[in-house]
Design a binder for this molecule. Structure first.
Ligand code: HGY
Ligand code: MN
Ligand code: MN
Ligand code: MN
Length: 425
């Protein structure tokens, strides 16, 4: 790890950084019944556009050049002394969960921006360009799957496959994306990642941990070693809607009753005494959704995660059969909507993160990520890693999600040093 450039760490401005974070948190802010301030900033929404415009204004003032690719991934570029070299990439996502917190995703983008600004203010020269990226639709809340921007950038999926996916209002992804790109027609358009251009030199993502480990172990910095695998399924149980008072049980095709049987059977499939496996059913829709009509349709989502790919594949591949076997009177359609294999960050970036934390005298520990991130899809195309900072009680995807100005500044100082290190390799 090269010595810390003089005053680089000091150039990270904690007050300015927190101010920027709070300005972003205004966009989609709401107060929940307990008084916590949350954020609801869906991807490709007006709020998302406002957040991007706010960032673009700051970036222009800081002397960074902006560009956008056809998936809406937004890039802010700090030129290197050799602009022909592959850039070091940093960033995260600006979209939030519907009942989200103020830090998930957006901090990684603002941390990248503050780190680059500090490098420029400290006069640190970098051979390689550095680009700060805001990936499109990481959460997958408005449109499933998640990580659309980073998946398309890394060549995992032809973006056209998602155009027809609609949100709850029936707006197709392709239409929402076109509207966003039209609103940013003043920005230069750039090629789509490795699909149409060269790979970046490395990728580093800063993110709140979204778990309790760092706080419990009183660590300032998480040196992330990898990310567990995730699979998403949408299950439609199709029965027949009928009168709740007149239809005998033997004649019913009750979609809710069969959904409950299917979920019970899945709980058995996913039972894990070691408590490593994560199986979640959290979104349920019923039609016609009235108390006195037997449900004709029940739709539920499955979010299934595991760090071991063999388990992720075996248990995930068994889901459809277990559901079909559990049904009494209905039929089922099971569609996989997201599949991210476990990612191992290897040595290059984690070692650089650890060296930077050490050289700044910060308490640090290595840990895997339970949450998925855009970084998962960069692993096959370049050295990749993440920097975690603690969040209060490990809570995330909830308005009470919180990180302190000091914690964020410490993470950004490590990021700045890692970027300076990698961009001079
Ligand atoms: O769901 C996740 O793991 C991420 O926070 N979107
Ligand atoms: Mn609350
Ligand atoms: Mn996130
Ligand atoms: Mn999230």
């Amino acid at each position: 790890m090269p010595p810390i450039a003089p005053n680089l760490v000091a150039a990270v401005n904690e007050a300015r950084h927190w101010q920027d974070m709070m300005a972003m948190a205004e966009l989609g802010a709401f107060t929940d019944p307990d008084g916590h301030i949350g954020v609801n900033r869906p991807c490709l929404s007006d709020l998302d556009r406002q957040a991007r415009r706010l960032l673009l204004g700051w970036a222009e003032k800081a002397g960074l050049s902006a560009s956008v690719d056809r998936l809406g991934n937004l890039f802010l570029r700090h030129e290197g002394t050799d602009p022909t070299l592959a850039p070091v990439l940093t960033g995260s996502h600006m979209d939030s969960q519907p009942n989200g917190g103020r830090f998930d995703g957006i901090w990684g983008v603002i941390a990248g921006f503050e780190a680059v600004r500090a490098l420029r203010e400290a006069g640190v020269q970098t051979k390689r360009p550095i680009e700060v990226v805001a990936w499109t639709n990481e959460e997958g809340g408005r449109y499933a799957p998640g990580c659309m921007g980073s998946m398309a950038y890394a060549g995992f999926a032809p973006p056209e496959t998602w155009d027809a996916i609609t949100d709850r209002e029936g707006i197709p992804f392709g239409q929402a994306l076109t509207a966003l790109l039209e609103s940013e027609s003043d920005l230069p358009r750039r090629k789509l990642g490795v699909v149409e251009g060269p790979a970046p030199f490395a990728y580093v993502e800063a993110h709140i941990e979204q778990g309790p480990m760092l706080e419990a172990r009183e660590a300032d910095i998480g040196v992330v070693t990898g990310i567990q695998g995730s699979r998403w399924f949408i299950v439609d149980i199709m029965g027949k809607s009928d009168h709740a008072g007149t239809t005998p049980l033997a004649m019913r095709k009750d979609a809710v009753q069969d959904m409950l049987r299917a979920i019970q059977a899945l709980n058995t499939l996913m039972h894990d005494p070691a408590d490593v496996l994560r199986f979640t059913v959290a979104s349920i829709e019923v039609q016609p959704n009235t108390s006195n009509s037997v449900a004709g349709l029940a739709r539920f989502t499955i979010d299934f995660r595991h760090p071991d790919n063999a388990v992720l594949q075996a248990r995930g591949n068994a889901i459809e059969g277990v559901i079909q076997a559990a049904l009494r009177h209905c039929t089922a359609r099971v569609t996989e909507r997201f599949h991210a294999v476990p990612a191992d960050f290897g040595a290059v970036v984690p070692d650089a993160v650890e060296a930077a934390a050490k050289s700044q005298g910060l308490r640090h520990m290595r840990l895997p990520s339970g949450a998925f991130h855009d970084a998962q899809f960069l692993v096959p195309i370049c050295p990749t890693g993440m920097i975690f900072v603690p969040c209060r009680a490990g809570v995330s995807h909830h308005p009470s999600e919180h990180a302190t100005p000091e914690a964020l500044a410490a993470g950004t100082r490590v990021l700045a040093q890692v970027l300076a290190d990698l961009a001079n390799r």
